[in-house]
Write a protein that binds this ligand. Structure first.
Ligand SMILES: Nc1ncnc2c1ncn2[C@@H]1O[C@H](COP(=O)(O)OP(=O)(O)OP(=O)(O)O)[C@@H](O)[C@H]1O
Length: 234
C-alpha cells in the first residue's frame, strides 16, 4: 500500500501479512509511517494504492463491516476528557450492532473500582486499560494498539502486557506500534520494521537479532542497525 500527503510520501510501499492470533509490532523512527500504515489497515484513511484485507473484509470497499470487527485503542486523546469510565463504556457500546457483556470486560481489566472516575483523572495505566476496554466492546478479532505502553511506569507496562498476552491466548490478533524494543523482544511474535515509508524487514525478533554481526545483540541493536539506518555507513 501507498499513501502520500501532498508532497510527503508517508507510506511508499508496504506489503505485509499479519497472522491470526499473533502479537505483531510495527517499529520505526518518528515519522517512518507506522501510524499511517495502521490507519489504512483500520480503514480510517484511504490508501492511494493497494489492497487491504482484514479478517476477510476488504478495508477499502467495506469500511462499515470492518468497523464492527476491529478494536482500536489509539494513543491517549482528549476524546473522552469530560466523561467517566462507565459513561465512556456506555457511549462506545452504542456505536456497535453487537457488544460483549460489558461487566465481563470490566472484570477482565479490573476496572470496577474506577467506573465512577473521570477518564482524564486516571493514571496513564488505567487510562490505557480504559482504552483497551473500549476496544474490546465489540468482541473484535483483531485489536490495534497505537503505542500502548508509552509513558507508563514499569509496573503498569508489565500489567498491560499481561492483558495483551491474555488476549492473544483467547485467540485475538494484536497489531501495535511501539518504540520500546525490549517489549518487542520479550512479548511480540513478529515485527515489521518501517523506514521512510518502506518495509525494510519483517520477522520474529529472534531471527532479526540473528542477523546482527554481534552474538549478544538485542532488538535495540536491530533498531539501530536496521530501523534507524545506522551502522552501514549511512
Ligand atoms: N494528516 C497528515 N497530513 C500531512 N502529513 C502527515 C499526516 N499524517 C502523517 N503525515 C506525515 O507522514 C509521515 C509519516 O507519519 P506517521 O505518523 O505515519 O509516522 P509514525 O511512524 O507513526 O511516527 P511516530 O512514531 O512519530 O508516531 C510523517 O512525515 C508525517 O509528518
Amino acid at each position: 500500500m501507498k499513501k502520500s500527503y501532498q508532497k510527503i510520501q508517508a507510506v511508499r510501499g508496504i506489503s505485509l501479512q499479519v497472522h491470526e492470533g499473533e502479537i505483531f509490532a510495527l517499529i520505526g523512527a518518528n515519522g517512518a509511517g507506522k501510524t499511517t500504515t495502521m490507519e489504512m489497515i483500520m480503514g480510517l484513511i484511504e490508501p492511494d494504492e493497494g489492497t487491504i484485507h482484514v479478517c476477510g473484509v476488504d478495508a477499502r470497499k467495506q469500511p462499515a463491516e470492518l468497523k464492527q470487527r476491529i478494536g482500536v485503542a489509539l494513543q491517549r486523546t482528549s476524546l473522552y476528557d469530560k466523561i467517566k469510565v462507565k459513561e465512556a463504556l456506555k457511549l462506545f457500546a452504542s456505536y456497535y450492532e453487537r457488544t460483549r457483556d460489558v461487566n465481563e470486560i470490566i472484570e477482565e481489566l479490573g476496572l470496577r473500582p474506577h467506573l465512577n472516575q473521570m477518564v482524564k483523572k486516571l493514571s496513564g495505566g488505567w487510562q490505557q486499560r480504559t482504552s483497551l476496554a473500549l476496544a474490546l466492546l465489540n468482541d473484535p478479532q483483531i485489536i490495534f494498539l497505537d503505542e500502548p505502553t508509552t509513558g507508563l511506569d514499569p509496573q503498569a507496562r508489565f500489567e498491560l502486557w499481561n492483558i495483551i498476552k491474555r488476549l492473544r491466548a483467547e485467540g485475538k490478533t494484536i497489531l501495535l506500534s511501539t518504540h520500546y524494543m525490549e517489549e518487542v523482544q520479550r512479548y511480540c511474535d513478529r515485527c515489521a520494521i518501517i523506514r521512510e515509508g518502506l518495509l525494510v524487514a519483517c520477522d520474529t525478533p529472534e531471527n532479526l537479532i540473528k542477523l546482527l554481526p554481534d552474538d549478544n545483540g538485542s532488538m535495540d541493536d536491530v533498531y539501530v542497525q536496521i530501523a534507524a539506518g545506522r551502522g552501514n555507513g549511512e
